[in-house]
Ligand binder design. Structure first.
Ligand SMILES: Cc1cc2nc3c(=O)[nH]c(=O)nc-3n(C[C@H](O)[C@H](O)[C@H](O)COP(=O)(O)OP(=O)(O)OC[C@H]3O[C@@H](n4cnc5c(N)ncnc54)[C@H](O)[C@@H]3O)c2cc1C
Length: 469
């Protein structure tokens, strides 16, 4: 341990800082792992230190120390981010926020909760349910992801259309800037008082500040919730039906529509099947009944076929299971690493004008064919504009070549998205993985974003290199 890091360790107290061999291999990589398409190294490096702050004051001390010592700060929540936003460099202090997990207050009448950033989303949801409330943000990764990480990526979950992204649910927040200043924004439902400062920290992956706490809008447990599944004769028919469902003013609490393709290389069964939709409404009994009456009218008009209800119930019950594949089975190795060792498996989650989704589908599938990469799934989630594409390619003889081939295919798909007027990511952020495409995404806006970054963080202490900053 270097002299100055040991001073910091002393200042923080027992077991709040690790260096050298005391750093668990887990901190080398978040959930952006070796099985993804990328030109970046597949193995991460150990950071200079890992710190576990217990309070906002601890975060201030650590950030000031890092700025003085020329070290970077990489905020770390659950480490479930899929873009390498929490991937450290060897000169970084990883700031594991999970010991900052207190609920500061819950106000059931106001429908708000003020919590520290390291609180795991599922733990917060459980606390809220005791007061007949729920957390509005419900990503697949809810059992492991934290409030701060969800704000840092401005993620979206199952209820995203009804309740908005994580950022939409933040009424106010507290964040520590690179110089140690603690900013607190007023937790108001709406405000037109100039620059909305909290937005500096929402979806910016810890590059402008470390979020230490947030006041979130929370929601009553719905009186009624009902999910059903349907299949369609083809993608265009299902997509058109969905567009009409949204246009008629319905607000599904879940919408997941996907077609699948055969992919022999996969370690799980994937076959060509009719596109399937899971649709759920939640709210008062009257709203849910009326929503289903209207939705069924649209579904019948295109001869959508109901799936057995047990399939829809199973889909809903197991919606978070996939995140456990990202738990370690041995130091630094996750179940997903083992399961996916023979394939490069990647995904692209883009936002497009609704009118462009079908032409994007055609173009993206053609691009993949040209790159020798197989599609596994194509669909929309939460609303018709938010489009997912999953792809696979066997590792073959040369793993690096395969990773690069998939990365090239993904880049080409994203060029199409930009040409069609869309955004290259609607859910997982940019991190390290897509940083090289930020000039195409933002155009001259990237220079502006960099000026703001330099003004607030001239030494580049906070998560440098992420999100193109
Ligand atoms: C199987 C799987 C399914 C997923 N499903 C979804 C989904 O449905 N919806 C969704 O939105 N995402 C999903 N994700 C992605 C990921 O879970 C989310 O991005 C999540 O919000 C990250 O939270 P985290 O606490 O793990 O953050 P981390 O991965 O630790 O960090 C994510 C980013 O936020 C920054 N950060 C972390 N904490 C703070 C803080 N306190 N202040 C400032 N910056 C911070 C990090 O530096 C990093 O850049 C999924 C991931 C996996 C592996």
């Amino acid at each position: 341990m270097g002299a100055s890091l040991s001073e910091l360790a002393k200042r923080l107290g027992a077991n709040q800082l690790a260096t050298g061999t005391a750093i668990a291999p887990r901190y080398r990589l978040d959930a952006f792992r070796a099985h993804r398409g990328s030109r970046l190294p597949e193995a991460g490096v150990a950071p200079a230190a890992v710190a576990w702050p217990r309070s906002t004051e601890d975060v201030v001390s650590i950030v000031r120390f890092a700025a003085g010592a020329g070290l970077a700060i990489v905020p770390w929540g659950g480490g479930t981010g899929l873009m390498g936003g929490a991937r450290p460099s060897s000169d970084a202090i990883v700031l594991d926020m999970r010991r900052m997990r207190r609920v500061r207050s819950i106000d059931p009448a106001a429908r708000t909760a003020t919590v520290e950033a390291g609180m795991v989303l599922e733990a917060l949801d459980r606390r809220l349910r005791k007061r007949r409330l729920i957390l509005g943000h419900d990503p697949w990764s809810r059992p492991r992801a934290t409030v701060g990480g969800a704000i840092g990526t401005n993620g979206i979950g199952y209820g995203g259309y009804l309740r908005g992204t994580m950022g939409d649910q933040v009424l106010g927040l507290e964040a520590v800037l690179a110089d140690g200043t603690v900013v607190q924004t007023r937790p108001a439902a709406r405000s037109t008082t100039g620059l909305d400062l909290k937005r500096l920290f929402i979806g910016t992956e810890g590059t402008f500040g470390v979020v230490t706490a947030a006041t979130l809008r929370v929601f009553p447990v719905p009186e009624q919730e009902e999910i059903h599944g349907f299949s369609f004769r083809d993608f265009a028919t299902g997509f058109g039906c969905l567009a009409r469902i949204y246009d008629s003013g319905l607000a599904p609490s879940v919408m997941d529509f996907e077609e699948t393709f055969p992919a022999p290389a996969l370690p799980w069964w994937s076959e060509e099947g009719p596109p399937a939709l899971y649709l759920r409404f939640a709210g008062s009994r009257e709203i849910v009944a009326a929503s289903w009456r209207l939705a069924r009218r649209h579904l019948r008009s295109v001869a959508a076929r109901p799936l057995p209800d047990r399939e829809a119930r199973e889909y809903w019950k197991t919606r978070h299971d996939i995140i456990y594949a990202h738990d370690e089975v041995s130091p630094g190795v996750t179940r997903a690493d083992l399961f996916l060792k023979d394939v490069i498996f990647d995904y692209v989650h883009v936002a497009l004008p609704r009118s462009r989704v079908l032409s994007y589908r055609r173009a993206a599938l053609a691009v993949l064919r040209r790159h020798g990469v197989k599609p596994i799934g194509f669909g929309v989630w939460t609303q018709p504009e938010l489009v997912s594409l999953e792809v696979v390619r066997p590792v073959g003889e040369d793993r690096t070549a395969s990773r690069i081939a998939v990365a090239a295919a993904v880049d080409d798909v994203i060029h199409r998205v930009h040409a069609l007027g869309g955004s290259m990511e609607y859910v997982h952020g940019v991190g390290a993985k897509l940083a090289h495409l930020m000039d195409e995404e933002l155009g001259v806006g990237l220079a502006t974003a960099r000026k703001v970054k330099r003004a607030l963080d001239p030494a580049g202490t906070l998560n440098p290199g992420k999100a193109g900053l």
